[in-house]
Write a protein that binds this ligand. Structure first.
Ligand code: GCO
Ligand code: MG
Length: 402
């Protein structure tokens, strides 16, 4: 079975997605997600100019060899653009292989390790009482795990809080917008927010929180300690993670579990962290990390060191990568939890999916392959829109971590 075409589609049903279709001479094709939020066109060029021409005529069944060819065979290794491109091809080849077998992908990955995938959703509020309402609403929908992001007193906007007309991140401006951040206010307020929500919703629901890389090691240690009484499921991305040793300082001071990795794109970004047990959950996205082939290697390493997998699943990861995550989550022994933000109707109109969310748990469905259909006319119906994530500054104008 030979690869006859690698097609790349960019559409924007509310936000930009880069979708890859690998076609074969036997008429079976596979889908991959190559979306890199705010950097979509770089990936399109990488795929169209540097990957697609090399794959025509190659055997579509040779998934590992193709991965090695695109990674090891190339002088410039790693980096988000390269790895999400490899990831998209890898997903498409797994999709093809599972369609050929007539099986949902998880069957080729060893079959189910669990019946369904526990998901967490996002709750946000301008203040603690609104966050209590949002958490309760998520629990009423059946979620057993909820991520809490709160507005901060004196700050107009905060990351992840789309309350009262404000936007979630937002990758929506043709030039980056600017947001203001204040660490002391955050460190004082966040534990109180957790206390209010925990007291209101009881101890059975898992409560998560995303720090978005904004603290120093000592500040993160303090936040972890201050949150401990309210039993957070995890504290995500407490630090900018380039300094792999910094997390060990955080860990010496707190038992609050740590989740990192959504900006990682290779096993080399996390092998020392895993081996030194400096994290509890690894958040690499199945697309950004180089596909199912690469994620399985990370999961096996993580399993040796008591680290669980928790693939990144924001709405800027398309339903194709979300489907791949669900198949992966069903099949790895050391699964932790799956982020699921859901998608608006425009996105569901472009991507028809067999996976579904039912009462806070994800199910893969029985469709052969990844179980996603992509409507190519989306490119005309929802054309690409240049969109940047915002930048963050302290009150005095100092540029801060994102
Ligand atoms: C999360 C993330 C996202 C990112 C986004 C950036 O935990 O879901 O932090 O919301 O901000 O993916 O592109
Ligand atoms: Mg995050």
């Amino acid at each position: 079975m030979k690869i006859t075409a690698v097609k790349v589609f960019v559409c924007s049903p509310g936000r930009n997605y880069v979708t890859v279709r690998v076609e074969t001479d036997e008429g079976i094709s596979g889908l991959g997600d190559a979306t890199l939020n705010g950097r979509e066109k770089s990936v399109v060029s990488y795929l169209c100019d540097h990957v697609a021409p090399c794959l025509i005529g190659r055997d579509a069944s040779r998934i590992e060899d193709t991965w090695q060819y695109l990674y090891r065979g190339v002088y410039w290794r790693r980096g988000p653009v390269t790895m999400v491109s490899i990831g998209a091809i890898d997903l498409a080849l797994w999709d093809i292989k599972a369609k050929v077998a007539g099986l949902p992908l998880y069957q080729l990955l060893g079959g189910k390790c669990r019946d369904h995938v526990r998901a967490y959703c996002h709750a946000f509020g301008d203040d603690a009482p609104r966050l209590v309402e949002a958490t309760q609403a998520a629990m009423d929908e059946g979620f057993t795990a909820v991520r809490l992001q709160s507005g901060l007193r004196g700050l107009e906007e905060n990351y992840g809080v789309a309350d009262k007309g404000k936007r979630y991140e937002p990758a929506d401006a043709a030039l980056p917008r600017e947001m203001v951040w204040d660490t002391p206010i955050y460190l004082n307020q966040m534990p109180r927010v957790f206390e209010t929500v925990r007291t209101a919703v009881g101890e059975d629901v898992a409560l998560l929180h995303d720090v978005h890389h904004r603290l120093s090691p000592m500040e993160a240690a303090r936040l972890g300690k201050d949150l401990e009484p309210f039993r957070p499921f995890w504290m995500e991305d407490p630090l900018p993670c380039e300094d792999q040793d910094a997390l060990s300082l955080v860990r010496t001071h707190t038992t609050t579990p740590i989740a990192v990795g959504e900006v990682f794109n290779s096993i080399h970004d996390c092998n020392r962290l895993i081996a030194n047990q400096q994290l509890d959950y690894l958040r690499v996205a199945v697309s950004h990390g180089g596909g199912i082939t690469a994620l399985r290697r990370m999961a096996s390493l993580a399993d040796l060191h008591h680290v669980r997998m928790a693939c990144h699943g924001p709405s800027d990861v398309s339903p194709v990568a979300m489907a791949a995550s669900v198949h992966f989550d069903l099949s790895v022994p050391n699964f932790g939890i799956q982020e699921f933000m859901g998608y608006p109707p425009e996105v569901r109109d472009v991507f028809a999916c067999s996976h579904e969310l039912k009462k806070g748990f994800l199910y893969a469905g029985d469709t052969p392959g990844l179980g996603v259909e992509f409507r190519e006319d989306a490119v005309e119906r929802y054309p690409y829109k240049r969109a940047f994530l915002p930048v963050t500054r302290l009150r005095d104008g100092t540029l801060w971590d994102w």
